[in-house]
Design a protein around this ligand. Sequence first.
Ligand code: PLP
Length: 446
Amino acid sequence: MSDTTPTSKQEAQTLKKEILSLVAKYQKLNWPEEEKSHQPGDFVPYAGRVFDEEELVNLVDASLDFWLTTGRFARQFETEFAAYLSRRYALLCNSGSSANLLAVSALTSYRLKDRQLKPGDEVITVAAGFPTTVAPIVQNRLVPVFIDVDLPTLNADTVYLEEALSNKTRAIILAHTLGNPFDLDAVLAFAEKHNLFVIEDNCDALGSLYKGQLTGSRGDLSTSSFYPAHHITMGEGGCVTTSDPKLKVIVESFRDWGRDCYCDPGKDNTCGKRFGWQLGQLPEGYDHKYIYSHLGYNLKLTDMQAAIGLAQLKKLADFSARRRANFKQLYEGLSQFAEFLVLPQATTGSDPSWFGFPLTIKDDAPFKRRALIEHLEGNNIATRHIFGGNILRQPAFIDVEKRAVGKLENTDRVMNNAFVVGVYPGIKEKTADYMVETFKDFFKKL
Ligand SMILES: Cc1ncc(COP(=O)(O)O)c(C=O)c1O
């Protein structure tokens, strides 16, 4: 072939450029920036994906690689995400629920020696939250111990921690509820005093600050979700972060079938002695790629998902700013109804990147939550309950072995009286105005 004839590879590269530039054009035409202001009656979702051509270009770019499994985009995302949270390691997986499963399962590894969690050991948590913060405790044959939440912040009331403690307590897993950080200083001090692991479920709180530090950067392990409702999305996706090299290797093993080997997909012999191991009762030299040191899962994600996430990560700071601005606008507009509504309150010393705007109807209000929600939904404003309300009252959790400190009265209050409206970046100023006006209409009619 002469020097002037392009090889098929070069031609393919040129075509790829064309495809990607067409994709960018397509995105702009198909999802034009909605400049028009909100019209009364337009639907106001509580959450949703916000994206531009970068996400679509990355997605197609990854698909043209046809690598399919975890690859170059995932590696880059892990590097950037770990740096964002000032962590040594970020391990991508296919959902926030998987991230929680990995984080809790990791604590059951024999590699942790005397700190290994064994069946029957206890993990402190709360019941006012998302089911898959708690389910991995039960799935690992551990016992959840529930403490009540504090009402304006909706987070674990740390005064109950001492009461929750027993000689079986080994760990704490708590979510930063709807983006509002739990009292990290109190929880971490308690954990240190009693030699407990801490998992921060940061799925709803990416970008939130507690005493100037990002949530998800301090617990032994922290988890993220990249479901479209969350602060950044990959469609489906999750991540576990840690700075502990031992926990990193264990999480990776549970994520990747339980294997002992830690080669990236498509790589062999990263350890340099692939046929030089003798583990378990396997013969000397058994291929390390097929040695399993944990009862693992396969919770990896595809490179297409990671590629979308990389474009989203660049937008996170703007997204968080928009969430904070929407929260402020709603707070200012709704505080006039404080007679009837418990307004959300940021934990002392925190600056949340709110997932939603939670409201709790006061016990003595002259109306029920349902009436207010039906009014909002009737005017096309989406609402959500606070996830499982009181998880202990959910069919799946009634018969599980558990302990609770006290009666969890505020948790029941959340179940009965609380709900959430959106603050996600797709909500602009005019839409937030409409939300406040719609609340006003309801209260006018009381
Ligand atoms: C606090 C919390 N943890 C975990 C999850 C699970 O995340 P995923 O939907 O990605 O499985 C959610 C989901 O919304 C959540 O709100």
